[in-house]
Design a protein around this ligand. Sequence first.
Ligand SMILES: [Zn+2]
Length: 69
Amino acid sequence: MTAIVFEPATYYDAVVRCITETCPNYTEPPMAVTELYSNAGTPGIECGLCGQPMEILSATVMDPQPEVP
Ligand SMILES: [Zn+2]
């Protein structure tokens, strides 16, 4: 489990990996994700291949925050 605490409604630069053992991405190295939105404090990101939630290994608040149209 992740111990990262996310601020609500904040964009992060994150590093994620797929934790679904049957997925081809499972053996791939962690991937960088930019503009990961934290929603109400629980960012969700799904693997593009298997569609399952990915594990967030690390996350850094974007500074400055991206402009939201
Ligand atoms: Zn996957």
